[in-house]
Design a protein around this ligand. Sequence first.
Ligand SMILES: [Cu+2]
Length: 117
Amino acid sequence: MNRIFISFLLAVLFFSANTAFSQDKKTITTSFWVGGVCEMCKARIERAVDVKGVRNANYDLEHHTLEITYVPSKISIEKIHVLLNEAGHDTSVSKSTDEKYDSINSCCHYRELHENH
Ligand SMILES: [Cu+2]
């Protein structure tokens, strides 16, 4: 009798833990424009969002888009844009400060390139 009850309890515990786990793992994949011109930009952009809550990030140099998979319960999309701005990169949503932009290598100054196109 007791053993059955314990097994039942364990089953309930396992089920609820499992539910919490799958909710926690729910991810969103999205992509948006990020200013960048070279492999150094790509590395900097991907490193900037290599934080807790981000599962995967891939910057497409040709199209200037970042595809990112993140866990919304752990990090917000707004925070992701801020991290990119802090690394010196403008996004479709928000801009980097001139100070941060100037601090990245001059060969990475994508604003000139994007203005000319
Ligand atoms: Cu660059």
